[in-house]
Design a protein around this ligand. Structure first.
Ligand code: IPM
Ligand code: MN
Length: 357
């Protein structure tokens, strides 16, 4: 029997509530398909920081490198200044574990209310491949004369040939494996960011020569947001830099029904990857058993797929579709018609009933 070592970081706010449901679902998959896990909890997050003054303890990165995958709830605490936990935990893990891809599927599931008029599940089914370790997030730049009228703040976007190329290659491979419309769109800003996106564009068309089966396309980032709303059916796989990827994936989450369902993977294809619901810690709902655990459950499905357990990933997705299609009144916290734990129970029930293919 296959067995995986998984580091679990429930984190802050509603993170632990949704991770609990995700693990229930993972256990149900285990019973069904005979996959075994060894879970090990880590208490990184705002509460630990407030208690110890330490964001990530020494040795945490080395420890996390030993696992097959990381399952993360949410990082963010109302009593901690913005930036400390995001940079000190989430971004640090992405960078130091070299999780250079942020994979964000945007799928409208049956039964989910879409804010776009006349758009159906067949129209909204694409994946954003966001570069996850460079660009404006690299932290290059600095500040001079802080707090004076002459203050200067510089924040530079770092784009390396190696970083851009490995991200673009991943996107082409992913598009081929996904085998849907076989279309890859580069999302950039070549008309203004003429250094950074020139590198992206040249690399994109060079690598494209190795993938004659994939149609290629280009869209500026501003236009991309317009097409997400107007013609989302045009997209299959989109590749973009870190900052643009951050922005367009929040819009993507909204058109697929909201943060309650949006999951993401921070992927190092050669190392340890980390999977998370992208909605954040939602402090105002903490402990109320009302938030939607489907995003965390979908993240667990992505984790199994990344581990090579495609059947298990598909089974989770099928179960989620049963729940959105036949049960939930809404995906929004407090409006589902079910509690957080009840939604987890429903997914578990379908996992035990549905056929595995
Ligand atoms: C995301 C989040 C993070 C990001 C924040 C919390 C640092 O918005 O995963 O998209 O900007 O990458
Ligand atoms: Mn974001």
């Amino acid at each position: 029997m296959k067995s995986y070592n998984i580091a679990v970081i429930p984190g802050d706010g509603t993170g632990p509530e949704v991770i609990r449901e995700g693990m229930k679902v993972l256990d149900a998959v285990s019973a069904r398909l005979g996959i075994k896990y060894n879970f090990k909890y880590h208490d990184f997050g705002g509460a630990r920081y407030l208690r110890t003054g330490e964001v990530l303890p020494d040795g945490a990165i080395g420890e996390l490198k030993k696992y097959d995958a990381i399952y993360l709830g949410a990082i963010g605490h109302p009593d901690v200044k913005p930036g400390i936990l995001e940079k000190g935990i989430l971004l640090r893990l992405r960078f130091e574990l070299d999780q250079y891809i942020n994979l964000r599927p945007v799928t409208l599931y049956p039964g989910v209310e879409c804010p776009l008029k006349n758009k159906n599940p067949e129209d909204i089914d694409f994946v954003v491949v966001r570069e996850n370790t460079e660009g404006l997030y690299a932290g290059a730049g600095g500040v001079l004369k802080k707090g004076t009228p002459d203050e200067v703040a510089v924040q530079e976007s770092i784009n390396t040939r190696k970083g851009v190329e490995r991200c673009i290659r991943f996107a082409f491979e992913y598009c081929r494996k996904r085998d849907k419309r076989k279309k890859l769109t580069l999302c950039g800003k070549t008309n203004v960011l003429t250094f950074a996106f020139d590198l992206w564009e040249r690399t994109f068309y060079e690598v494209a020569k190795e993938y004659p089966d994939i149609k290629v396309d280009y869209a500026h980032v501003d236009a991309t947001t317009m097409w997400f709303v107007k013609n989302p059916e045009w997209f299959d796989v989109i590749v973009t830099d870190n900052m643009f990827g951050d922005i367009i994936t929040d819009l993507g989450a909204m058109i697929q029904g909201g943060m309650g369902i949006a999951a993401g993977g921070n992927i190092n294809p050669e190392g340890v990857s980390m999977f998370e619901p992208i909605g954040g810690s939602a402090p105002k709902y903490t402990g109320m058993n009302v938030v939607n655990p489907l995003a965390a459950i979908c993240a667990a499905g992505m984790m199994l797929e990344q581990l090579g357990e495609d059947k298990a990933g598909k089974l989770i997705e099928k179960a989620v579709i049963e729940v959105t299609g036949k049960h939930l009144k809404s995906l929004a916290a407090g409006k589902m018609g079910y509690s957080t734990t009840e939604v987890g129970d429903l997914v578990v029930k379908f996992i035990s009933e549905l056929s595995v293919d």
